[in-house]
Design a protein around this ligand. Structure first.
Ligand code: G6P
Length: 611
C-alpha cells in the first residue's frame, strides 16, 4: 500500500506531485506529504494527517516550490496515522525518502542507528532507510546513487523508494523490490510513481523496473542498474490510456461510475475471445491450447473480492468443466504445506496484480510442481502478470473505488471463459459451449436492465441506514455472491454483514434473527429455489425482515416482512454475475444514507502490497 510519486524536471514540480498523490490516494489516505529541494537547495517539506486535500490546505499557507521532489500518501503499517509518521522522512536536513513496502529488519537497523546517535522522529520502519542513506553518504563518502545501492543491499522486506538529497540537487534516485514502481519518461523531465495512472497527465511513456533495480534519474537522463549493480537497459512502453481514463466524470463517486461501467467493461473483456460461439484458447497464451489438454485439476488463490470470484469459479469448474478445483485465500495458502497433484493449473485472481499475499503465493507455487500458472488480472504490467506463465486480462479499465465492482464481474467473465475452454476437454458439449458463450455475449444488455432497478434499490437501502447488522443468504454459486454482497456492505457502509449458505441458517445464525437484522437473499429461479424458499420461511416465521432479489419467474410472493425485487430473467450459468449488480447498488445506497466516504472507506486501501 501507500502511494509514492516523484519528479525531476526543469520546471517546478509541486503541481505534478500533488496531482499524482490525488490519483494514488486509493492506495492509502492516512496521511500525505511532499518534500522538494527549494531554490536555495534546501529541503522543504509539508505533511498532513489524513487526505491529500489536507496537505493542499497546508501548502496554501506554506507553498513549496522546487524542480525535484518526492511525495507520499500513506496506509499505516508501522505506527499510527499521524503527522510524525507521515512521509517523506528526512535525516539531518540533507536526505529525504518516501517508501512503499515493509522493511522487516527495521528493528535491528534502528538499534544500530540509535547507537550511532540518530534520534527517531517516527515509529515507521521507513525512517531507518533515510538514516542509513545519510550515513553512507557522510561517513562512507558515497554519492547518493551508491548510498541508495548500498542501503537497499542490507534491507530485508519490500520497498519502492524515492530519494533526494541537498548534496546532489537535480538528482532523484529510485529503487524497487517487492513493491510496484514505474518511471514516467517525459521530454527533459522524468517521474516516478506507484502506478501509471498517477502520471497519465504528464506522459504516456513508462519504464517498468525489475525486482532489485535502482535508477539514477535527472531531468535529462535515466540510468538503471540491476540488483548486482550492472548497468541495464529496460524497455520503454507506451500506454494508450488517456489522461482522463481514471476520472470520475459526472458521477458522484468512482464506485457509482464503476458500477455503471460494467456492461462496457464486460464487452471489453469478451472482445476477440469468443469466435463462432467458441472460446478462443489463444486468449490465455500462445501455447495454452496444447497445455490445457493435460489439465486435470485447478488450484485457485486470491484475496478479498477476487477470492469470491474464485469461489464462484470453483462451482463452475466442477459443474461445467468436470474438473476438481481447490480454492484458498492467499494469506493462508502461502503458509502451509500442499500436496500438488499432477496436471494442476495454478490460477491467481487479482484486480491490481500487486496484492502481496497473492504474489507471494504465486512465487511459492512456481517451485511446487504445478503444471502451469495463469493470472486473471486487470493490470497488464503488474507483478502478478509478470510472474505468471499465462495471463488473461480482465480489461475492466482503472478501478479507483476501494470496494471492487467492475473488477469482480469482469473476473467472473474471464473465469467463465477459462471454465468453458477447460470444459471442452472434459466432456462439455459444443451446444453447451455455444449456449454459454451466447449468454456471455448477452450479459452487457442484461446488466443494463438490472441497473434500471437503481431507484427501487435506493428505497430498500433506507431500511438499512439505521441497522448495525445484516445477513446475506444464497445457495450454490450464489453463496459466494452473497459473500461478496456482505463484503460490499461492510466495506463502505460499516454495517456488519455476514453471508451464509441458506441451509446453514438453522445451525446458528437463526438465533440472531429479529426485526433489527435485515436478511438479504439472492434467489434466481434454479433447482435450489424450493430449498431456499424453506430457508426464507424460517426467517419470516421469526419476525425477520427479508429483502429478496428474485428471478422474474421465481414463484415467490411479497408478504408482510418479505420484500421482493424482480431481477430480469437470466440464464443460470451467468446468474452469479447478474445478481452481483443489485447487491453492489444496495451497499452503495446504504453507504450514501450513512454518509460514509464511499470511495475511500476508513482503514482500507485498494492495493494491499503489504502482508
Ligand atoms: C483489497 C481491496 C479489495 C480487493 C483485495 C484483493 O482488500 O480493497 O477490493 O478485493 O484487496 O485485491 P486484488 O487486487 O488482488 O484483487
Amino acid at each position: 500500500m501507500c502511494g509514492i510519486v516523484g519528479a525531476v524536471a526543469h520546471r517546478l514540480v509541486t503541481p505534478v506531485l500533488l496531482e499524482g498523490l490525488k490519483r494514488l490516494e486509493y492506495r492509502g489516505y492516512d496521511s500525505a506529504g511532499i518534500a522538494v529541494l527549494d531554490s536555495t537547495n534546501q529541503l522543504a517539506r509539508a505533511r498532513a494527517k489524513g487526505k491529500v486535500r489536507g496537505l493542499e490546505e497546508v501548502m496554501q499557507t506554506t507553498p513549496l516550490n522546487g524542480r525535484v521532489g518526492i511525495a507520499h500518501t500513506r496506509w499505516a503499517t508501522h505506527g499510527v496515522p499521524s503527522l510524525e509518521n507521515a512521509h517523506p522522512h528526512i535525516c539531518r536536513d540533507t536526505v529525504a525518502v518516501v517508501h512503499n513496502g515493509i522493511i522487516e529488519n527495521h528493528e535491528t537497523l534502528r538499534a544500530e542507528q540509535k547507537r550511532k546517535g540518530h534520534n527517531f522522529s517516527s515509529e515507521t520502519d521507513t525512517e531507518v532507510i533515510v538514516h542509513e542513506i545519510h550515513d553512507k553518504m557522510t561517513d562512507g563518502g558515497l554519492d547518493l546513487l551508491a548510498a541508495v545501492q548500498a542501503t537497499v543491499s542490507i534491507l530485508e522486506g519490500a520497498y519502492a523508494l524515492g530519494v533526494i538529497s541537498t548534496e546532489e540537487p537535480g538528482r532523484l534516485v529510485t529503487a524497487r523490490k517487492g513493491s510496484p514502481l514505474v518511471i514516467g519518461v517525459g521530454e527533459r523531465e522524468h517521474f516516478i510513481a506507484s502506478d501509471i495512472f498517477a502520471l497519465l497527465g504528464e506522459t504516456q511513456r513508462f519504464i517498468f523496473l525489475e525486482e532489485g533495480d535502482v535508477a539514477d534519474m535527472r531531468a535529462d537522463s535515466i540510468t538503471i542498474y540491476d540488483e548486482d549493480g550492472n548497468k541495464v537497459e529496460r524497455p520503454i512502453s507506451e500506454t494508450k490510456l488517456a489522461a482522463d481514463s481514471a476520472e470520475k466524470g459526472s458521477y458522484r463517486h468512482y464506485m457509482e461510475k464503476e458500477i455503471y461501467e460494467q456492461p462496457q467493461a464486460i464487452s471489453n473483456t469478451l472482445e476477440g475471445r469468443i469466435i463462432n460461439e467458441k472460446v478462443v484458447d489463444e486468449s490465455f497464451g500462445p501455447d495454452a491450447s496444447a497445455a490445457f489438454d493435460l489439465v486435470k485439476r485447478v488450484q485457485i488463490v486470491a484475496c478479498g473480492t477476487s477470492f469470491h470470484a474464485g469461489m464462484v469459479a470453483k462451482y463452475w469448474l466442477e459443474s461445467i468443466a468436470n474438473l476438481p478445483c481447490d480454492i484458498e485465500v492467499a494469506s493462508e495458502y502461502r503458509y502451509r504445506p500442499h500436496i500438488v497433484s499432477e496436471g494442476t493449473l495454478f490460477v491467481t485472481i487479482s484486480q491490481s496484480g500487486e496484492t502481496a499475499d497473492t504474489l507471494a503465493a504465486l512465487k511459492e507455487a512456481k517451485n511446487m510442481g504445478y503444471a502451469h500458472t495463469l493470472a486473471i488480472c486487470n493490470v497488464p504490467e503488474s507483478s502478478i502478470v509478470r510472474e505468471s506463465e499465462w495471463a488473461l486480462m480482465t480489461r475492466a479499465g482503472p478501478e479507483i473505488g476501494v470496494a471492487s465492482t467492475k473488477a469482480f464481474t469482469t473476473q467472473l467473465v474471464a473465469l467463465l471463459l477459462l471454465v468453458v475452454a477447460l470444459g471442452r476437454r472434459n466432456g462439455l458439449k459444443a451446444e453447451k459451449e455455444a449456449q454459454i458463450t451466447r449468454q456471455l455475449i448477452n450479459l452487457p444488455a442484461e446488466i443494463e436492465q438490472v441497473l434500471e432497478l437503481d431507484q427501487e434499490i435506493k428505497q430498500w437501502a433506507k431500511c438499512f441506514g439505521d441497522k448495525h447488522h445484516a445477513l446475506y443468504l444464497g445457495r450454490g454459486e450464489q453463496y459466494p455472491v452473497a459473500m461478496e454482497g456482505a463484503l460490499k456492505l461492510k466495506e463502505i457502509s460499516y454495517i456488519h454483514a455476514e453471508a451464509y449458505p441458506a441451509g446453514e441458517l438453522k445451525h446458528g445464525p437463526l438465533a440472531l434473527i429479529d426485526e433489527e437484522m435485515p436478511v438479504v437473499a439472492v434467489a434466481p429461479n434454479n433447482e435450489l429455489l424450493e430449498k431456499l424458499k424453506s430457508n426464507l420461511q424460517e426467517v419470516q416465521a421469526r419476525g425477520g425482515q427479508l429483502f429478496v432479489f428474485a428471478d422474474a419467474n421465481a414463484p415467490l410472493d411479497a408478504a408482510p416482512g418479505v420484500k421482493i425485487l424482480r431481477v430480469a430473467e437470466t440464464d443460470e450459468v451467468v446468474a452469479p454475475i447478474v445478481y452481483t449488480i443489485p447487491l453492489q447498488l444496495l451497499s452503495y445506497h446504504a453507504a450514501l444514507i450513512k454518509g460514509t466516504d464511499v470511495d475511500q472507506p476508513r482503514n482500507l486501501a485498494k492495493s494491499v502490497t503489504v502482508e
